[in-house]
Structures are given as structure tokens and as C-alpha cells.
Design a protein around this ligand. Structure first.
Ligand SMILES: Nc1nc2c(ncn2[C@@H]2O[C@H](COP(=O)(O)OP(=O)(O)O)[C@@H](O)[C@H]2O)c(=O)[nH]1
Ligand SMILES: [Mg+2]
Length: 371
């Protein structure tokens, strides 16, 4: 039985929209400035990225020139669009050919839904930095988003009418992005969050650790990319893609909704600076008047951020607990954690690692578990 969950991720969109730049900033430690040197992608560039919990992302960066796209939709259709877990489609907000861009998107969405009806679709409307000053309310983005949702609706209807598929499970979500700020991390964290096997159980363990550390927030970052994998804490115990809404509903307006993605961006930049100076980044700890914060490696693949407002919480105690929890949390990252007793779980619940990568609803998160 394989312990690795492989997910095929298509990265598509017109040439120049920023696909390779995003991939390079997130996965290859490029700065936004470095991406200016990138050449055009020819045909499909495949790369594999190993992630937490035996998750391997097979990224297909599909060159966006018209001739390539025509091929994807004809001779390469089956190869490209079958067994897709996620389509990430990137638009350039400054494009002057929106109607044409939409038509291409519609063709691609149609081919994807036909071949992989349950694939999630993430539309990233990129280069927002170039328009944000003239359009601070993001009207243009909202218009683009409603056009895209209309296309999604049309494709669903057409396919259903043609009787080609029985139902489409995958949903379409839009994000405004720029490689120059944390919005890129926000979008990619949300995408990755939906792909990590057993994310509910990971979040449950994070909540447990948060509670024993007298903390109000706990956040798990992937060590290489510094993408946010899981969060726990009021009002954060939710899918990151719903976070804005949950924070607003819970009246937590004063919290910066991008705070963790800002940390991702800052730490990643700082790590690069350390590398340049032949230093190694280890972690961060600070005690302020009203809170204590630590950012510390938790496992080989993850860092944990803990924020405590309890005056009793000392950084040393937080770090001690993190180090004590480390071997246990590491079990998630190994293939050997397929089925074993979990000492931390309430009632010593059996821990099941889902090798197929589907969320296992039969295992309630601690948050949701009845006392
Ligand atoms: N201003 C701005 N430029 C971007 C952004 N993303 C990518 N670019 C630039 O757009 C150009 C094309 O990017 P590239 O990643 O090669 O596009 P691809 O053809 O979709 O892979 C490069 O010069 C990038 O520096 C962004 O968010 N903002
Ligand atoms: Mg490219």
C-alpha cells in the first residue's frame, strides 16, 4: 500500500499571467524581483513537490501560448485533463482581451469538468498590485469574478444537458493575488489546505497543543514554502478559505485578516537573507506587554506559531511544550502513522492516516467532539 498521496495540479492561464512566477516564489525561493528573468514556458513543465504527510503535488505548469492551448484541448486532452485534483487558473487583471481570455477559460473548464468533474478550480486574478491604486474598492476584480462564476454556471448546465456527466463535485473559487505581497500566500495556503490528507485531524492536534500552551492562536506552517497548513484558535478554527467571513461574523474586525500570510512572506524573505549570509534561521520568540509569541520548528516539515495572551505563559514554557509535542506531531509526517493509537487524543482515539488523501469524516475533530 502506498503511503504517498499524489495530486495532479494543473497550472494554466494565458502566457504572461504569472503562473511560473507564482510557482517559483512559492516553491523555489525566488523573490518577486527574480521572476522578471523567467523565460516563457514551453509546452508543459512538470515538477513534483513533496509536502507534509506524504502529499506529493505533481505540478503541471502549462505554457499559455494559443498554439499550446489548442493542443491541450485537442490531441493532449485526455493526458492533460484526466485525474486532476486541482486546476489553478491564472488571469492577468491588466489584460485588455478579457472576452478572449474568458473564452479560453470556458473551453478549458469544459474539458476539465468532462474528464475530472470533482477537481477543485481556483481562479487567481493576478497582478492586483498594478491596479489597486486606481481601483481601491476592487470593482474590476468583482466584475471579473462574477463573469467567471457565470462561465462556471454555463459549463455545468451545458454538461448536464448533454448528459455527459452525472454531477460536478468541484467548486470554483476566486482569489485576488499579486506576487509582490502576501495575497499569493493566502491563495496558495487555501489551495494546499484542501489537499492535505487528514487536515481535520492535524487541526485537532494543533488545537490540543494550543490549549495546553494557554494560547489563543496556533498556526502550522510548512517549513520550506512557509505556507499556512492549519490554524486553530478563535475565530480561526475554520477552513482558511472561509476565514474572512468567519472573522467578520465573529466580530473580530480588528484582527488583520492577512496576518499569517504576512508572517509567511516575512519569514521566507528573512530565511533567504540568512542563507545569503551563511546563517541558519531557527525560530523566533518574543514577549510583549500583552502577549507572548513563539515561532518554532515543530517537525522536520513544519513550524508552529503560538500566540498567548495569558500572563502566566513564558516563552520557555511554550517552547518546552512544543519540543515535547514534536515527536508526536512528527508521526503525521511519516508513512508509519497509518493506523496507531494516538496518545494525545481524547479517549486515546485511534489515529488513521488516510493514504488516498480524502478527508475522513468518520474521525471527528477534537473541536467538534462531544465531551
Ligand atoms: N506586477 C506584477 N508582475 C507580475 C506578477 N506576477 C508575475 N509578474 C510578471 O509577469 C511576467 C510574466 O510572468 P510568468 O510567470 O513568466 O508568466 P507565465 O507565462 O504565466 O508563466 C514576469 O515578468 C513577472 O515578473 C504580479 O503579481 N505583479
Ligand atoms: Mg510560464
Amino acid at each position: 500500500m502506498s503511503s504517498t498521496s499524489r495530486k495532479k495540479v494543473l497550472l494554466m492561464g494565458k502566457s504572461g499571467s504569472g503562473k511560473t512566477s507564482m510557482r517559483s516564489v512559492i516553491f523555489s525561493n525566488y523573490t518577486a524581483r527574480d521572476t522578471r528573468r523567467l523565460g516563457a514556458t514551453i509546452d508543459v513543465e512538470q515538477s513534483a513537490v513533496r509536502f507534509l504527510g506524504g502529499l506529493v503535488l505533481n505540478l503541471w505548469d502549462c505554457g499559455g501560448q494559443n498554439a499550446f492551448v489548442d493542443n491541450y484541448l485537442s490531441s493532449q486532452k485526455d493526458t492533460i485533463f484526466s485525474n486532476v485534483a486541482v486546476l489553478i487558473y491564472v488571469f492577468d487583471i491588466t489584460s485588455t482581451e478579457w472576452e478572449g481570455d474568458l473564452r479560453y477559460f470556458e473551453d478549458i473548464l469544459f474539458a476539465l469538468r468532462e474528464n475530472s468533474p470533482d477537481a477543485g478550480v481556483w481562479v487567481l486574478i493576478n497582478k492586483m498590485d498594478l491596479v489597486d491604486k486606481e481601483d481601491p474598492k476592487r470593482r474590476k476584480y468583482d466584475e471579473r469574478k462574477s463573469d467567471l462564476l457565470a462561465v462556471d454556471e454555463r459549463v455545468r448546465k451545458d454538461l448536464e444537458e448533454e448528459g455527459k456527466i452525472e454531477g460536478i463535485g468541484g467548486v470554483l473559487r476566486c482569489f485576488p493575488t499579486s506576487i509582490w505581497d502576501e495575497s499569493l500566500y493566502k491563495a496558495w495556503s487555501s489551495i494546499i489546505h484542501t489537499l492535505i490528507p487528514n487536515i481535520g485531524l492535524i487541526t485537532s492536534h494543533l488545537t490540543y497543543l494550543r490549549d495546553i500552551c494557554l494560547s489563543v492562536e496556533a498556526v502550522l506552517f510548512e517549513a520550506e514554502t512557509f505556507l499556512v497548513i492549519a490554524k486553530s484558535g478563535s475565530p480561526l478554527g475554520c477552513d482558511p478559505s472561509d476565514l474572512d467571513q468567519v472573522e467578520v461574523t465573529n466580530g473580530a474586525r480588528e484582527l488583520d485578516q492577512q496576518r499569517f500570510e504576512k508572517i509567511s512572506e516575512i519569514i521566507k524573505g528573512f530565511k533567504k537573507t540568512c542563507q545569503r549570509n551563511h546563517e541558519q534561521y531557527h525560530g523566533f520568540e518574543a514577549k510583549f506587554d500583552d502577549c507572548t509569541v513563539v515561532l518554532e520548528p515543530l517537525t522536520r516539515n513544519t513550524y508552529i506559531l503560538l500566540v498567548s495572551v495569558d500572563p502566566r505563559a513564558e516563552t520557555g514554557a511554550l517552547l518546552y511544550n512544543v519540543h515535547q509535542a514534536s515527536p508526536h506531531m512528527a508521526e503525521f509526517a511519516t508513512k508509519h502513522s497509518l493506523s496507531q493509537k494516538c496518545g494525545l487524543c481524547r479517549g486515546n482515539k485511534e489515529m488513521k492516516y488516510d493514504v488516498k488523501g480524502d478527508d475522513d469524516d468518520s474521525l471527528p475533530a477534537w473541536d467538534g467532539a462531544k465531551p
